[in-house]
Design a binder for this molecule. Structure first.
Ligand code: GLU
Length: 410
């Protein structure tokens, strides 16, 4: 297994709740591996006429509760190990918010920023052609993830529909509104995280005076900053891959987004100061992790000062770091609950596709809110009943639900 293996982290988390979730050995053995794992090679004609071959993956982890579901990541660091981990986490995520879907994930090893629009389109279509025989509205439903977006989903859906010869909007979620996307899907990961965070803050008595730092200013992080600012919270620091900025009085998020759009980074923002140290170690009350896996490991966990961590990214805290933080009394809202709003609205998108009837943004948000608050309360109750952390509570809940579906089928 790789160093800092995300899949090893995922396996460690699973074994840590094996007893409490009442897992029999045979079910546990099945949950240690994806049901199906594909590696595909995608030849793409580049603009200069050469053919370049990209490597992609799709991991179909578990479909006991419903079709495999999960995004497709375009990133240089995509690996077999990472895709497997992400597909296992999707399985728990859909179970935590109790939607009738399983877990899957895909990825392509590529830096999409280096591709022209035409190359990106050919890669997206090529990837879907490679996995088309194994996906479907009732089989496996991809969606966006890191560096994939509605435009890419549109190309993928179009390619799939050409292959099967009929419309099939429900095979991909996160689509543009014009071809069957859902209102609110674009910011649903952040919105879901916000609903959950507010519930938690009410419980622990932390209010709008809290200092909030956000690691990662992409889709999830920037939307989260916007939603929090709109609701009267202060974002005191934000960062991206190039560095961070801070303002103890609260950053102007709209202006920061404009600055990032114009310059490609949050650094150098006139409405704040560039951060000297690492945002993860900054003085703050709430730390929102919205970047990639293993942001906090045993190397830096001790230096984290936040009282509350919200995991908008997948797997941002390693199991060893989790232990250190738990001992320090840090309250962590785990990824499989905190960022489930993305797949939550993907599910609502599929329901609308199946109905051929579309809801208003207000209706979608009301359904998302209900789903997230129910998920939060279920996790909280599992945490209390088992006298454990929110992460373990969420795992016990999710693994119990998935295992029950597996038993019922056997
Ligand atoms: N990529 C998102 C996630 O990690 C959304 C997946 C989906 O909508 O299927 O949860």
């Amino acid at each position: 297994m790789e160093k800092n293996s995300a899949f090893q982290n995922a396996l460690d988390q699973l074994v840590s709740v094996k007893e409490q979730a009442g897992l029999e050995d045979d079910i546990y053995e099945q949950l240690k591996k994806p049901k199906r794992f594909m590696e595909v090679s995608i030849p793409v004609r580049m603009d200069d006429g050469r053919m370049k071959v990209f490597t992609g993956y799709r991991s179909q982890f578990n479909d006991a509760r419903g079709p495999y579901k999960g995004g497709i990541r375009f990133h240089e660091r995509v690996s077999e190990d990472e895709v497997k981990a992400l597909s296992m986490w999707m399985t728990w995520k859909t179970a935590v918010i109790d939607i009738p879907l399983g877990g899957g994930k895909g990825g392509v090893i590529v830096n999409p920023k280096e591709l022209s629009a035409g190359e990106l389109e050919r890669l997206s279509r090529g990837y879907i052609r490679a996995i088309a025989p194994f996906i479907g509205e009732r089989v496996d439903i991809p969606a966006p993830d890191v560096y994939t977006d509605p435009r890419i989903m549109a190309w993928m859906l179009d390619e799939y529909e050409q292959i099967v010869g009929h419309k099939a909007p429900g095979v991909i979620t996160g689509k543009p509104l014009s071809i069957g996307g859902s209102k609110a899907r674009g910011y649903s990961t952040a919105q879901g995280g916000f609903y959950v965070l507010e519930e938690l803050l009410n419980k622990i008595g932390l209010g709008k005076e809290a200092r909030i730092s956000i690691q990662g200013f992409g889709n999830a992080g920037a939307n989260m900053a916007e939603i929090m600012a709109k609701n009267g919270y202060k974002i005191t620091a934000a960062s991206d891959t190039k560095g961070g900025v801070s303002d103890p009085g609260g950053l102007d998020i709209k202006k920061l987004e404009e600055h990032k759009k114009a310059t490609g980074s949050v650094i150098g923002f006139a409405g704040g100061e560039n951060l000297k140290g690492d945002i993860l170690e900054a003085e703050t009350d709430i730390l929102i992790l919205a970047a990639l896996e293993n942001a906090i490991t045993k190397e830096n966990a001790e230096n984290v000062k936040a009282k509350v961590i919200l995991e908008l990214a997948n797997g941002p805290v390693s199991p060893e770091a989790d232990e250190i933080l738990n001992e320090k009394g840090t309250v962590i809202v785990p990824d499989i609950l905190a960022n489930a709003g993305g797949v939550g609205v993907s599910y609502l998108e599929q329901v609308q596709n199946a109905y051929m009837y579309y809801w208003s943004e207000v209706e979608v948000l009301a359904k998302l809110k209900e789903m997230m608050i129910k998920g939060f309360n279920d996790v909280w109750n599992a945490k209390e009943a088992n006298k454990t952390s929110m992460r373990n509570g969420a795992y016990i809940l999710a693994v119990t639900r998935v295992a029950q579906a597996m038993r019922d089928r056997s």
